[in-house]
Design a protein around this ligand. Structure first.
Ligand code: AVI
Length: 361
């Protein structure tokens, strides 16, 4: 059986065309179809491995700067490393976000009308900091919490934590953000109000144009009067920025290098991790911290399950992530350009970080 026979139903048309030559045995054999296990989850797992192989091949064999999308950081090992990053003294983003939520959750709750509120969180992770928001809302009205995540493990953790709260019903969705939000919108009952949480400055991991497009896609899934709470990291002194992405313990370096280890695990690649080092740098014109993996010598790497091998010259990098940094006003304008009206903005006094509350127009 050839992958072309099933991919048209699973992936966008262009990707389906690209995948035509992938023999099914090689592309999918690690995730055999188990009908009893539940079709949706199995389909997602197969799709993910093939998508990873395609993105690796595209990103590492293209002309110019080699790239791997940052979404591939978050396998089980990467997600655990990210949890550690959030506790590092140099990485102030997570704590700033949590402080703002704790202090302002009541005010956000006051802006909502009575009746049931559906809280859709895009990329909930373990949902640790969302607790404050759910607690504040649940004091006033019934809450349905819909964490949207690709990672099954994160969803389980998240459900365990928030499931304890009185007046909160947790209904997780294992889907990509926009698909998940579409499912939430489709399931809403008349009178339900939607509050979308997009926390952690994940918006900063999108390229500028993609961030705008993403906000506009979020807006398309809402109705006037729904809300969006958006967190974003702000510009700050260079030393502070770089330390946040290159901590002295080397946790962020491991987080970055794990994407090579993941290719070894899942795509049978033969990356020698000692031939690469973590690099964090700031592009002042684009206002973003970039993470790269720098090849410390000339080398060639085989990635059999992505059907390619790749050469590196000494000093060449793989660009693995961008984290854009904003000015508060810029965030309000981004919302306005995409169908939202900013109604409140809070800045953290300890770490330059903003939460902006928008209403869908
Ligand atoms: C998830 N995201 C907002 C983090 C960031 O700061 O861009 C990911 C991260 N990369 C390195 N450290 C943390």
């Amino acid at each position: 059986m050839h992958v072309a026979a099933i991919f048209p139903q699973l992936v966008p048309a262009a990707l389906s065309l690209y995948l035509r030559w992938f023999p099914l045995r090689q592309a999918l054999s690690r995730n055999p179809i188990e009908i009893e296990g539940g079709m949706a989850t199995e389909t997602l797992a197969q799709y993910s491995l093939s998508e990873f192989a395609v993105d690796v091949r595209l990103g590492l064999t293209k002309d110019g700067q080699k790239e791997i999308p940052s979404k591939y950081f978050y396998d089980e090992v990467g997600s655990a490393l990210f949890e550690v990053i959030t506790t590092l003294p140099e990485y102030g983003l997570f704590r700033a976000d949590e402080r703002l939520l704790r202090e302002n959750a009541e005010t956000v709750a006051e802006t909502l009308s009575p009746g049931q509120v559906v809280v859709a969180e895009l990329g909930s992770g373990s949902g640790r900091k969302t607790f404050w928001m759910l607690e504040a809302l649940a004091k006033r009205q019934p809450v349905v919490y819909r964490p949207i995540e690709i990672s099954q493990k994160a969803l389980e953790q998240c459900s365990k934590g928030s499931g304890q709260l009185h007046n909160v019903q947790v209904r997780p969705l294992q889907e990509p953000y926009l698909d998940g939000l579409l499912s939430v919108a489709a399931a809403r009952r008349p009178g339900d109000q939607l509050l979308v949480l997009f926390l952690g400055s994940t918006i900063g991991n999108f390229e500028s144009r993609a961030a705008e497009q993403f906000l506009s896609e979020v807006r398309r899934r809402l109705v006037p009067g729904d809300s969006l709470l958006l967190s974003a990291d702000l510009e700050k002194p260079l030393g502070q920025l770089l330390a946040a992405y290159d901590d002295p313990l080397g946790v962020t370096a491991s987080f970055n290098l794990n994407v090579l280890a993941r290719m070894n695990r899942e795509l049978d690649a033969d990356f020698d991790l000692s031939g690469f080092r973590h690099l964090a740098r700031y592009d002042a014109a684009e206002r973003r911290v970039e993470m790269h993996l720098l090849s410390t010598r000339a080398q060639r790497v085989a990635i059999p399950r992505a059907h390619c091998s790749v050469s590196f010259v000494e000093g060449e990098t793989i660009w693995t992530e961008s984290s854009h940094k904003y000015q508060p006003e810029q965030l309000k304008q981004m919302g306005c350009r995409n169908g939202f009206r900013p109604i409140r903005q809070w800045l953290d006094p300890e770490w330059a970080f903003a939460q902006t509350l928008f209403v869908a127009e």
